[in-house]
Ligand binder design. Structure first.
Ligand code: FE2
Ligand code: FE2
Length: 188
């Protein structure tokens, strides 16, 4: 699928600030892909579609996770996490996007996971640091993204876990595993 077609599809589903966010993620993902050697076209398509399911009602997301072959253990955790796997399922089914690297980068953009691929890191980080984002720690993560992809994703995952701990919210195991895999891979 080309960029124009993808943007047209997503533009019908996502409006306003959420669409601006998506465009910010697209620009950032392309820059990161070029800087760190990920495939530009995959990064672009993944970024355009990453929040495709973001605005679906919770009940619909729940049904998609139950009916699709997505990980329904997520249903025990915050609904904010559900739109990644739900989008992966819809994109495969309705738009015949079969590229598993693209689908995984969308699927795991809400949680991270152990040993993330280059494209998964690019999309996770682009979603976290796109220019429209403003929250504590984002500038530090942007600076790291200029220097070292792994350090930047590690920072984003660490911030997310700290934020959840602060709120006494549950933490999905994949997010811990992402954190641990960066600890193990960067301390050696
Ligand atoms: Fe998202
Ligand atoms: Fe997003």
């Amino acid at each position: 699928m080309d960029r124009e077609k993808a943007i047209e599809i997503v533009g019908k589903k996502i409006k306003g600030p959420r669409f601006q966010h998506t465009l910010g993620v697209v620009d950032t993902a392309i820059k990161l892909a070029e800087k760190y050697g990920a495939n530009r076209e995959q990064a672009e398509i993944a970024a355009i579609f990453h929040d495709y399911a973001k605005l679906l009602p919770i009940s619909e997301l729940k049904n998609i996770l139950k009916e699709g072959q997505e990980d329904d253990s997520l249903l025990l955790y915050h609904p904010e996490l559900w739109h990644g796997p739900a989008a992966a399922y819809i994109l495969k089914k309705e738009f015949s996007i079969e590229d598993e690297e693209i689908l995984n980068s969308i699927r795991f953009h809400t949680t991270g996971r152990s040993n993330m691929s280059l494209l998964e890191k690019v999309i996770y980080l682009a979603d976290y640091i796109e220019p429209g984002r403003s929250f504590p720690g984002v500038n530090e993560t942007r600076e790291l993204a200029e220097k070292d992809l792994d350090q930047a994703v590690f920072k984003a995952i660490s911030n997310t876990i700290s934020f959840l701990v602060e709120k006494k919210a549950a933490i999905y195991p994949d997010t811990f595993e992402a954190y641990n895999s960066f600890v193990f891979n960067t301390d050696s």
